[in-house]
Design a protein around this ligand. Sequence first.
Ligand code: SF4
Length: 426
Amino acid sequence: MIKVTSVLHDSIGEGIGLVPGTELISVGGRELEDFLDWEFLTADEEFTLVYRQPGDSSEYEVEVERPVEEQIGVAVEPPRIRRCANRCDFCFVEGNPDGLRDVLSIRDDDYRLSFRYGNFATLTNLKQHDTDRIIEYRLSPLYVSVHATDPVVRRWVLRNPQAAEILPQLRHFADHGIQFHTQIVMAPGINDGEVLRQTLRDLYDFGPDVLSVSVVPVGLTEFSKHHLIREPDDVECKRAVAAVEEAAARALAERGEPWAYGADELYLRAKVELPPAELYGSFDQVENGVGSVRWLQEQVREGAEELRGWTGRRIAVVTGTSMGPLMPMVLGPLSEATGATFELLQVENDLFGPRVTTAGLLPGHAMRDALQGLQGFDLALLPGECVNDDGLFIDSLSVAALSADVPMPVRVSKTFVDALMEPLAA
Ligand code: SF4
């Protein structure tokens, strides 16, 4: 059973009488477990729905006719998060300080969120039922954390002796039409060097169903298990960049696309210049920090003509310390396009510790403190990736609360262009 959370006005759902709180029990005689069942089982033009209304224990059955071009207009509750079966030494949740939002203390590893939102999953907690659903609903592409194709190394990385071998698992899905974006979180002395090269070779030889692979350097917090794992140094990152670029050159020559990508962070730590935009393919892993800078430059180039009314404005741009050195590559063209002055504010993470440098994990209070003392700014832009759907930062401070405490208007931005389309009021 799943609950309805909202119903669109004038929709099929409203016509049936569904309301927030309605319990959707079955479609076509099949019980509903989560949003996947709802979306896939209601894809037919006709189906039988059984449901219960709030405060009424009776079950109602209705024949629904849904013309192909019409949506049902019903949103359902998010699924209960699937717990992870692993214990990676670099696990972000293990490295969390106390007092964060509850959802951040749960180790989730969920193929459904992998399909829907591009969250990476290891597939180590799949039951037969889950495997069957992935195949039946053709959940493709999936985003898979491979880390290493050698089963012994992978089990070590995941700290899970039960983890199934990844290549046969992927093969089973690929035989049923599923494709994958994959990632390797690279930890020195564990899955770098020859292990990394072998993993890249295995994934390439797997064939075109592995759509892409990214290599991301492991990132730790002050609270991580530093006696068990460490971050790679510049030399180790440089070697990983070389392995990625070798794989990318081969893929480009043989398949016409780069296929293998290093995270921006990998290049930054290696002190190697980022590849040009065309070597990031269609930016499939940009949400994973892969090609973010080149992608932002593209966004600015494409949106530049529409940005009006910013000449002479002074704008503070908040970011984490990792993107700091790369950000001028984006802000320079943005300044040319708008006539505004952009001043970078690199904020240190005082919640997870200074070694956590990504903007996505910046606590709201640290940004507020950094902005509070600034004078003469017309606007402050905050990184969009550090705010959840409810407008909360990782420390549960809201964007509205932060805005009320700082001396300039604040906008949250993912591409800069998105936040600058509307000029400030005169
Ligand atoms: S797969 Fe590893 S890093 Fe991800 S949630 Fe599980 S233990 Fe943590």
